[in-house]
Design a protein around this ligand. Sequence first.
Ligand SMILES: Nc1nc2c(ncn2[C@@H]2O[C@H](COP(=O)(O)OP(=O)(O)OP(=O)(O)O)[C@@H](O)[C@H]2O)c(=O)[nH]1
Ligand SMILES: [Mg+2]
Ligand SMILES: [Zn+2]
Length: 306
Amino acid sequence: MLEEMTGVVHSVGGGSYQVVLSFSEASVEAYLRGRLKLEDRLGEQVVIGDLVRTSQAAGGSHVIEEVLPRRNVIARSRGSGTAIKVLVANVDRVLLVVAVSRPQPKTDFIDRMLVLAELEGIKPLIVINKMDLKSAENEADILEDVYRSVGYDVIRTSTVTNQGIDRLALETTQGITAFAGQSGVGKSSLINSLEPQISLKTSEVSARHGTGRHTTVRGRLIPFSNGGLLADTPGFSDAGVKGLVAQGVLGSLFPEFLPYLSDCQFRNCSHLHEPNCSVRKALSGGAIRPSRFESYRMLYDEVKVS
Ligand SMILES: Nc1nc2c(ncn2[C@@H]2O[C@H](COP(=O)(O)OP(=O)(O)OP(=O)(O)O)[C@@H](O)[C@H]2O)c(=O)[nH]1
Ligand SMILES: [Mg+2]
Ligand SMILES: [Zn+2]
C-alpha cells in the first residue's frame, strides 16, 4: 500500500534527503528511487528547493519518486566554464547585498549577480547594508540612483541600528530567499538580525536518528519564523557567467537595454563597435548608465573567452 505525496527538499547530505511534506508540513527523511540515484551519479542531482513526489511504503520509509519541473535554479559554473553545479532550485528572490563601504561596493559584481538573476527569472532585491557608517547616505544615493533607474528595488539596512530590517522581514515572508554578496558585506549579520535563532541553528551538529554521525550537508533551507525559507548555500557569490549565458542574449539581461535592442542596424549587434548601434546611442544620451555598460562589456568578453 503506497501513499503518494509532494514535498520540498530542505537538505541534502549523506545519501538521504530531508523533505518537508506539503500537506502535513512534517519533515521526513527520504531516499532516492534507483532511477534517480543513477541520475544523481551522473551529476543531475536533487537539490534543496526541489519540489519532489514521494511515496511511503507500508514499512514507513519515504522514497523520492520524481523531481517536479524546476521554475529556476541558482547554479555555479566552475572554472572550466562547462561544468555547472546547481545549488538550489525554485528560488523566489535573491537579496543582493552590498555595503556602503568596508568592503567598497563593486558595481561589476552587482551587475554580474543581476544578470544571473535575470537569466533565471529570480526577483533581485538590492540591499545596501552598513548604513550606520560615515558617508553612507552619499554612497547609497549613488548606487540607488543607478539601480532604481533600471527598475530594481533597493532597501537600505544596518544591522547596527536595525534600519530596514523590518522591511527585509516583510519581503521574505513567502517562498525561498537566497542571499548573495561579496564576503564581509554583512549577509550573515542580516540573517541574524532577521532571525536571531538562526545563528544557533546553523551551528547545530546534525544528529539524525541519534547516531551523531557527521553528515556532509550540501546546503539547506532554514525556515524563517515569518513563514519564508532561507536558502543557506555557499557559492552563489563567486558565480561566473561563462557557460550560463550566451553572448547573444547578454544584452537582453540588462533590462534598460531592452527598448533599444531591436533598433540596432545589425541584428546580431554586440553593441560594442558596430555603426548605428541604438544601445550605444542610449548610452551617450544618458538612458543607459556608464557603469552598467562597462559591466556589459566586461561580461561580454568573459562569455566570449572559452
Ligand atoms: N558597521 C556595520 N558593520 C556591519 C553591519 N553588518 C555587518 N557588519 C560587520 O561586517 C563584518 C562582516 O559581516 P558578516 O555578516 O560576517 O558578512 P558576510 O557577508 O556574511 O561575509 P561572508 O560570510 O564572508 O560572506 C562583521 O564584522 C560584521 O559585524 C552593519 O550594518 N554595519
Ligand atoms: Mg557569512
Ligand atoms: Zn547595438
